[in-house]
Design a protein around this ligand. Structure first.
Ligand code: PEP
Length: 256
């Protein structure tokens, strides 16, 4: 099955001031807008989401948030609900390792499952991040751990909604380190553990529909090798999405 590739720029907690975000966007806008062979999504900080909703409206580029709570409203200081995001952006990153139990927000698999269901209920497309840490990788636990994360995230999610989700396989040891997984390893984990778990839950049809990205130190230099892998449907890009060379990275992602 031919899946359309998708490239997501995760700006994390950078470029959150309106003037700096706009200055950077001006550098990449026309280049990105010419690229046709890949879906493009920018996930800026919450502070500039509304501004980017307007900036991106006339372009081919979609908008995503970096997180959403599962509740619609209430006593959750500092959180943002899926209701607040619906109508502003189309995508939302969920379960990034920088927010999971391994990161600064102690998010559990159960919390991520609730967030995923709430995002889907409100018409947002989740970009679900998962991946093993270095210890698990070295102990040969990657496949069991990653497939367990898939099963936990999709608990009680119906098949048609699951098929619309994006998954980003991001080995934690590769994020922001300059040491990416090998394209062959990423391909194997995505095929075996991510699609394998999806196939167990939903059957092969749904498993083949879900777009699965690789994330972790993707650059203009290595993107083509990842895109050449049959199981890899694009990339989630952190550091390299904050540089004007992101346009070249996107061009190469579209070329394969
Ligand atoms: C990320 O933010 O998910 C990420 C993969 O970052 P980087 O590209 O910098 O490794």
């Amino acid at each position: 099955m031919a899946r359309r590739p998708i490239l997501v720029a995760n700006w994390k907690m950078n470029l959150g001031r309106s003037d700096e975000a706009l200055a950077f966007f001006r550098k990449i806008r026309s280049g990105l807008n010419e690229i046709k062979g890949v879906d493009l999504v920018i996930c800026p900080p919450t502070t500039v989401l509304h501004q980017f909703a307007e900036l991106l409206a006339p372009t081919r580029i979609a908008l995503g948030a970096q997180n959403a709570h599962w509740e619609e409203q209430g006593a959750h200081t500092g959180e943002i609900s899926p209701v607040m995001l619906a109508g502003v952006c189309q995508y939302v990153i969920l379960g990034h390792s920088e927010r999971r139990a391994t990161g600064s927000n102690q998010e559990t698999d159960e919390a991520i499952n609730r967030k995923l269901k709430a995002a889907l209920t409100h018409g947002l497309t989740p970009i679900l991040c998962l991946g093993e840490n270095l210890e698990q990788n070295r102990a040969g636990q990657t496949d069991a751990f990653v497939s367990g994360q898939v099963r936990a995230a999709f608990q009680d999610v119906e098949a048609s909604l699951a098929a619309s989700c994006i998954i980003a396989y991001e080995p934690i040891w590769a994020i922001g380190t300059g040491e990416s997984a090998s394209p062959a390893d990423a391909n194997r984990v995505i095929g075996l553990s991510v699609r394998g778990a999806l196939a167990e839950i939903y059957g092969e049809d749904v498993a083949q529909q879900v777009r699965v990205q690789y994330g972790g130190s993707v650059t203009p230099e290595n993107i083509s090798a990842f895109m050449a892998m049959p199981e890899v449907d694009g990339a989630l890009v952190g550091g390299a999405s904050l540089k004007p060379q992101f346009v070249e990275l996107a061009r190469r992602a579209a070329a394969d």
